[in-house]
Design a protein around this ligand. Structure first.
Ligand code: NDP
Length: 286
């Protein structure tokens, strides 16, 4: 069997083109476009590259964006005060603070300072709690992207066995909850799981989110499974790789996402979707 590749780049482009149309309609209706405010602290090259990608995506879909670049020496109080200003700014719909932050700043305090209604990353405790309670919330971008890939590839989730490998707060746990909400039977595996292969072989839907390059070999994939590879790491060859050994997994999976060009582009695209969602909710609340 040779798996069908779910191309995250193509899908992202299609979704962003749909958003372009939607934003033009929103602007005609409400007199302004959604606006995403992105704060970056310091000059970490990886963070700068992620932020550039986000601003570029915002421009592509036609939304407004504000990039606020702060020196690594900025104090926690100054950052919190800036967030409070953005919370109160009626022209800003989404606020994203690029992580990680310098060590002298408490990331939890910063995340908690963002108004839940503008929390486009879905990391605020109120949004996390509401996700787990099944209430209206901002869903974190990567998990949302995983679900969108399954949906757009036409993969039925209800009644399936889904195995998520990795239990972080930003990927593994929310993906597991979203799959549960979509009526999958979910196994959440991690580094202390005994016999990971016995777990993954049960997976109709296998989501790998560990950062351990090549952890999932082809013989760990159930024939006919849908394999979503969230992991990204740089291999000894200097190239980007996922958690899944792509070549061998392709032989068994029915669907698979590549790395790069899989979940990565979807994460940024879902950030755009979340900003639009914040905008619409705020307009309706007015
Ligand atoms: P974390 O390091 O926070 O979590 C990794 C998880 O994987 C942990 O739960 C850990 O288990 C588990 N794990 C690690 N090694 C193994 C192993 N050998 N077997 C089983 N489980 C293991 O990472 P994140 O969740 O933040 O990110 C995961 C990966 O996804 C990374 O490669 C990251 O770069 C990538 N990523 C990609 C995004 C995208 O847009 N494509 C967005 C976000 C992340 P334990 O809890 O027991 O330690």
């Amino acid at each position: 069997m040779s798996a069908t590749i779910i191309d995250g780049k193509d899908l992202s482009l299609a979704l962003k083109d749909e958003m372009k149309v939607q934003i033009a309609q929103l602007e005609a209706k409400y007199g302004r476009k959604p606006c995403l405010s992105v704060i970056i602290v310091g000059e970490d090259p990886a963070s700068q590259s992620y932020v550039r990608g986000k601003i570029k995506a915002a421009a592509y879909v036609g939304m407004d964006s504000r990039l606020i670049e702060l020196p690594a020496s900025v104090s926690q109080d100054e950052l919190l005060s800036l967030i409070r200003d953005l919370n109160a700014d009626g022209g800003v719909d989404g606020i994203l603070v690029q992580l990680p932050l310098p060590k002298h700043i408490d990331s939890n305090l910063v995340i908690e300072a963002i108004a839940p209604a503008k929390d486009v990353d879905g990391f605020h405790p109120v949004n996390v709690a509401n996700l787990w309670l099944g209430l209206d919330c901002m869903v974190p971008c990567t998990p949302k992207g995983v679900m969108k890939m399954l949906e757009r590839a036409g993969i039925e989730v209800a009644g399936k066995t889904a195995v998520v490998v990795g239990r972080s707060n930003i990927v593994g746990k929310p993906v597991a909850k979203l799959l549960l909400d979509a009526n999958a039977t979910v196994i959440l595996a991690h580094s202390r799981t005994k016999d990971l292969k016995a777990m993954t072989l049960q997976a109709d839907i296998l989501v790998a989110a560990t950062g351990a390059i090549g952890l999932i070999k082809g013989d760990m994939v159930k024939p006919g499974a849908a394999v979503i590879d969230v992991g990204i790491g740089r291999g000894a060859d200097g190239k980007l790789h996922g958690d899944v050994d792509f070549e061998s997994a392709c032989e068994r999976a029915a669907y698979i996402t590549p790395v790069p060009g899989g979940v990565g582009p979807m994460t940024i695209t879902m950030l755009m979707a979340n900003t639009i969602e914040c905008f619409i909710k705020r307009m309706h609340a007015c």
